[in-house]
Design a protein around this ligand. Structure first.
Ligand code: NAD
Ligand SMILES: C[C@H]1O[C@H](OP(=O)(O)OP(=O)(O)OC[C@H]2O[C@@H](n3ccc(=O)[nH]c3=O)[C@H](O)[C@@H]2O)[C@H](O)[C@@H](O)C1=O
Length: 332
């Protein structure tokens, strides 16, 4: 086996918001690693086509367009049969349908996609281990704090999983399936549960990019219900720093990490803050006039309360304040 690189990494869902930021950062930072991105290119990927086309010029980057929920045989060929050639030992899985709103209208599609994408990866890891127990492949799986559901009680990583929407239920389900593969097949998987993440290349169906897009187009900004639901927001770079720490630390194998900020804000306050940062001359009345209250979600988690002591014990803490992260996003 000729090894041109020190590590061969598969990044699934790497054409999405977080995945594309991950690749932009790590492909350049680790020229001694080879990164293969697999993505089906859904609606969310269109925000990162420019950055991915730049990455295609890098020798340590390969892109494969593939629907991981339907192409098990191709994935098995890449990871198992061709292991001697591709030598992929690290998998970072971002791939999922990630929109809570969309999951209300097509829950079965979310179940099929989000479960099969990840279980197909687990199956390849299982078959590879069965074929050669000396090969150790590790999966870093990106879950979400939504698996804990609506909660006033502080949840650490042992918190009960009580998802309230179809998207979150698929994420909680795959976390449980991962646990079964860790127990039954001794696979090495780390689960990471971030809170809301914002930053460049995020498709405008999430509140931060929706607000920015509507502001620039002079269209009213839709607020679900009365806007009192709260979320915590972490800049994508802070998340990547946490992910890098976890990835570099072999002690993190078979651990779960909540990764989040302490900056909790209601939806209405967030939208008003973005309007203020967009144009500090706007009066309160002018900002109020930019908002349109629309019917709420079928169920809208009021807040999430996760503790992040574990990731902080690795020396991580958020560096980018929400005001600063939003301001730089508005400039971009
Ligand atoms: N954005 C957030 O605030 C946030 C917070 C917590 C967790 N997460 C999780 O992080 C991950 C990435 O989120 P994101 O915001 O970047 O999502 P995104 O929707 O921007 O990107 C997801 C990517 O996965 C790809 N994908 C989905 N199904 C696929 C399949 N069957 N085969 C191949 N590719 C497929 C899509 O084409 C897309 O490019 C997701 O697993 C999501 O659940 C996101
Ligand atoms: C951790 C998860 O974060 C994201 O899911 P979430 O539903 O919290 O993000 P959204 O940006 O879709 O919604 C946040 C909050 O704002 C409300 N809202 C959204 C869009 C809009 O146009 N108007 C709104 O009022 C919405 O009701 C929410 O209360 C992420 O998408 C997910 O993948 C996560 O895992």
């Amino acid at each position: 086996m000729t090894r041109f690189y020190d590590k061969y990494v598969l990044v699934t869902g790497g054409a999405g918001f977080i995945g594309s930021n991950f690749l932009e950062y790590f492909v350049r930072k680790y020229p001694n690693y080879h990164f293969t991105c697999i993505d089906k290119l859904n609606y969310a990927s269109q925000c990162s086509t420019a950055s991915l086309s730049v990455l295609k010029g890098y020798p340590n980057f390969t892109f494969i367009k593939l629907d991981l929920s339907e192409s098990f045989s191709e994935l098995r060929q890449l990871l198992v049969e061709d292991f001697p050639i591709n030598q992929i030992t690290d998998i970072v899985n971002f791939a999922a349908e990630s929109s809570v709103d969309k999951s209300f209208s097509d829950p079965l599609y979310f179940t099929r996609n989000n479960i099969l994408v990840t279980q197909n990866l687990l199956e390849c890891m299982r078959l590879l281990k069965q074929q050669n127990s000396q090969i150790s492949v590790r999966l870093l799986h990106i879950s979400t704090d939504e698996v804990y559901g609506d909660s006033d009680i502080l949840n650490d990583e042992q918190g009960r999983l009580l998802p309230t929407n179809p998207y979150a239920a698929t994420k909680a389900s795959i976390d449980l399936i991962i646990h079964s593969y860790q127990c039954s097949y001794d696979l090495s998987v780390t689960i990471i549960r971030p809170n809301n993440i914002y930053g460049p290349h995020q498709y405008p169906d999430k509140i931060v990019p929706v607000t920015i897009e509507r502001l620039t187009k002079g269209i009213k900004i839709p607020i679900h219900g009365i806007g009192s639901n709260k979320r915590r927001y972490l800049h994508v770079q802070d998340f990547l720093d946490a992910l890098e720490l976890i990835w570099q630390n072999d002690e993190s194998i078979n651990e779960i990490y909540n990764v989040g900020s302490d900056e909790e804000i209601s939806n209405l306050s967030l939208v008003k803050l973005i309007c203020h940062l967009y144009d500090r001359k706007l009066t309160k009345e002018q900002i109020n006039d930019k908002v349109q209250f629309i019917p709420d979600r079928n169920y809208n988690d009021m807040k999430y309360s996760t503790t992040c002591g574990k990731i902080k014990s690795l020396g991580w803490k958020p560096r980018i304040k929400l005001v600063d992260g939003l301001s730089s996003l508005l400039v971009e």
